[in-house]
Design a protein. Structure first.
Length: 125
């Protein structure tokens, strides 16, 4: 199973993203919010550094959500019963998603504060 051709590995990766979209409501919500962030970038046209910051934070939110779902799936397969250690692991995974989501909201606010006034002036408000 190792060292498959690049095209095939890309196919697996896209299949993972498709599965995340199909199975996880939070992944769908976060993907839609990433789309909103892209629209804000197109509208506000901030400096390139903001494009980078928004791209990195959005990608991290989506990547951690996929990782969270993948780990939960493996945990539930290996140990379907209730166990305090599983609660600890799942709550920490959820905490990781929350931490990067807070960072993403802060980046979004900072970008709007930095570029909003220029945008409003441009549209005559
Ligand atoms: N097998 C388990 N043993 C102990 N606690 C668990 C187990 N599975 C889930 N929990 C805990 O129950 C709570 C709810 O978990 P659940 O997976 O239903 O919701 P969730 O974390 O919001 O998941 P999702 O992202 O899939 O909606 C969490 O605190 C989680 O840690």
């Amino acid at each position: 199973m190792k060292n498959r051709p690049f095209r095939e590995r890309m196919g697996f990766a896209f299949e993972g993203i498709r599965t995340g979209w199909r199975r996880e409501a939070s992944f769908r919500t976060q993907t839609i919010l990433a789309g909103v962030a892209l629209l804000a970038l197109i509208l506000l046209r901030p400096a390139p550094i903001w494009w980078g910051l928004v791209a990195v934070t959005c990608a991290l939110v989506l990547a951690l959500e996929l990782l969270n779902s993948a780990m939960e799936a493996v945990i539930d397969l290996l140990h379907p019963d209730i166990h305090p250690s599983i609660k600890v692991a799942k709550d920490m995974l959820a905490g990781a998603v929350l931490a990067i989501s807070i960072a993403a909201v802060i980046v979004g606010f900072a970008m709007v504060i930095a570029t909003g006034p220029r945008f409003l002036a441009e549209i005559g408000l």
